[in-house]
Structure formats: structure tokens, C-alpha cells
Design a protein around this ligand. Sequence first.
Ligand code: ADP
Ligand code: MG
Length: 447
Amino acid sequence: QHTGAICAAANKRLLILLNPKSGSGKGRELFQKQVAPLLREAQADYDLQITTHSQYALEYVRSRKDLLERYAGIVVASGDGLFYEVLNGLMERMDWRRACAQLALGIIPCGSGNGLAKSIAHHCNEPYDPKPIMHATLICVAGRATPMDVVRVELNHRSRHSVMYSFLSIGWGLIADIDIESERLRSIGAQRFTLWAIRRLITLRSYQGKLYYLPAEQPAASPATPTCSAPAVSRISLPNAPYSEFKDLPDDQQSDEFADALSTDRSVYRQTDSWHSAASRRTAYYSIAGQSNRSRQSVAQRIEAANAQFAELVPTGNMPGLQLPLPAEQGWLCEQGEFVMVHAAYTTHLASDCYFAPSSRLNDGLIYLVVIRGGVGRPQLLNFLLSMQSGNHLPSEPDPFICVLPVRAFRIEPSGSQGILTVDGERVDYGPIQAEVFPGLINVMTT
Ligand code: ADP
Ligand code: MG
């Protein structure tokens, strides 16, 4: 069965979001020439939305009321950047859980950064080059979907706590530096990476900081990597730390007044403009707390009930909040020192020519943390960078400078204030950042 048949059976269609500016700016033409004929042949009904500006797709996906009724899937005809918008738009919906479960997501690589499209083709054992658009379209009309991991990222953006959802990578140090700094060489095309990599090898930098991580497999005896125990924490009183910001919930009497003051109508949440902003979460939280308040439970019971209800609205995960310590007794390890790079990846490819995490599977529930420690020699580093294309860059024997750690969650605390951090290849504010994998949260179109 192909997508057309599935859409027809469900009386639904595909939503295609096309970025006319992506890649070399030929999105529309590529679509008409290469994609539309194949969709026609597969008898896939679709609505085509052409984005007019950055954030258009995010807004569209977040706010379109009949999204789940009308569509069986969303196809992004662009680079990874537009897929990022679609993912984050879905996650900001009230019905994010149902949306992630029901909508299959596809990507047709019309952009310049196409790590996801390449990773999906790799997963499907389908060709990619020399006709990536054609091959990806064939995958999108094949009519199957496979669960894929998503990573929830917490950081401070413009001095405000913010949450985003990532599907490719988080970078600190070398590769992030090369990615972002080489943008000034955009005019010379793909060679900018090579040139800047050489430059950065000559002027090699390392960064001080702490790396915390939760290994996927608990080490049996002594961990193979140098670790120091996380800061002494006897107890974290609020395990659901995303709500730590609400621990100043008013006492009994005050919250009675809250209950009167706040409408419990769910429209409160719908109207909240930016769902993940602390202010809107607070409003929603108080509203739920006010609701359960009627039964005159204890504050603790109310917080628990509200957390449970709230968790349905916003995925929270298991990590303590960014400002809270990480409990060593739950298996958290910490490495402090100088890093040339920490680069986390969850898909096999970060770009169509970068086979960064060869062991990765779409749905393995793993983050691959590639760590390069200070003191690494330039020849070893050069070899690493040159081998990324073939996927032979990771040491097969334990190595004192380069290692890959499969983890479920991690946190980076850079010491200084100067440096580059990226999420899915885009620069974010420099500072503490943490991430946790949500296994199989979305479904991507596969053969
Ligand atoms: P590329 O791989 O070529 O960079 P992306 O899909 O990653 O392509 O898109 C790059 C950025 O362009 C995204 O961050 C997206 O928000 C933005 N964008 C989307 N639509 C438009 C538009 N119509 N005009 C300008 N920018 C857009
Ligand atoms: Mg994975």
C-alpha cells in the first residue's frame, strides 16, 4: 500500500510545506519537475503550502485546528531547518501526543543541510545520490512509517529558560565552530567546511567545562572513562523538576483564591501564546491546580495531581531542571576538564556527506555523545575530520582523547562565556544546555 491509498482510505491528505528559499532557491521548480509527477502517479492528494518567511511552518503546524482531521502526514520539502520548525510546531500543540502518534512526517531534501533525509534513506537501505529528491519522494509515497527518537533540549535563550525539540544533533566546540564560523565563506560553497576545518586545526581551541551524562548501559564496575562524581546532593525534593518553578505555589488559603480567580476553562491554555514560556506554563499550571483545589486536597496532593494532568499537555521527561543538580545515585556521571568538542548525534548522518553516528538507529532511544578531550594531537584530529564522511572517524579501540558514549541524557556546563553551541546545526545562546531522549516520539515516512 502506498501513501495515496492510505490517505484515500482514511479520507485524508498530505500537507506539503515547501520553502522556496531553501538550498539554491529553486524549491518551487524542483517540486514541480521532480516531486509533483511522482505524487500524481501515487495518487496522493495533497495541499501545498509555500512558506513566506522563517517561522511560518512552525506557526502553521501549531495553530491549524483541523490538522489531525485533514491530514495523514506532513512532508517537508526543504532542508533540516524547516523540519525543525514542523517538529517544534507539533510539540507546541495541545494535542501534541496524538499529533506525534498519528501524523507521519516526511522530508524531501531541497535544502543545503539534509542530514535527516540522508539518515532516513540510509535506514531504508534506499539510494540517495544522485537523485536525492526523487528517492526521498518515493520513500514518502511508500506508505509506511517508523518511530523515530526526538530529543528534548533545555537551555537559556536570551536569558529566558526555553525548551526545544531536536532530531539531529547538539554541538559544542570544534564542529559547531566550523559550521557557524565558516558561514562567512558561504559564497565559496561546500568547500568552506574544509577550509575552515584546516584553519581551526591550526588555531586549535579547547573549552573548559563540565559534561554530565547518563550512560545507556550502567557500567558494571569501574567506568571506562574518567569521571568525577556529580556534586553532592542528598536529595532532590522535586523529581519533576520542570515544575520546580512552581514550588512557590501559594499555600492553602491563597490557592483557594486562585481557584476563584482563574477560569478552569481549557481555553486558557489555548490562548497562551508561547506554550513553553514560563509565564504561560505558570498560568496553565495554576489553572489546573485551581481546578483540583475544589476538592480541598493537601498542597502536596494538588501538586501531584496538577503535575500528572500537566504532563499530558507538555512532555517533561525525567531530568531535573537546568538549574538543579544531577543525582549521582541515579547513575549520572560527570567529567570536568578541557574539551575540544562534545557533539551529540541521534541520526546516522548530520549532513548527506557526514556519516557521524554509524551505530545509530532511528528508534534506538540513544544519544551518541562524541567527546574529544583537550590534549588531542593535530594528526589524530585531522584524521577524525577526514574520516567523518565515510564513518570511520570513531576509534575502534579505547582511546584517551576521542570516545563515543551512548547516553540517554546529558548536560553541558561551559565555564567561559565565549563559544558556540548548536542545536540541529543552528546556533543557540552559549551557556548550560541539557538534553534527554524521548524514544520513538514521532513517526517518519519510510519504505
Ligand atoms: P537550508 O538547508 O537550505 O538552510 P532549511 O529548510 O534549513 O533550508 O531552511 C533554512 C531556514 O529558512 C529555516 O530556518 C526556515 O525557518 C527559513 N525559511 C523558511 N521559509 C522561508 C522563506 N519563505 N523565506 C526565508 N526563509 C525561510
Ligand atoms: Mg537514534
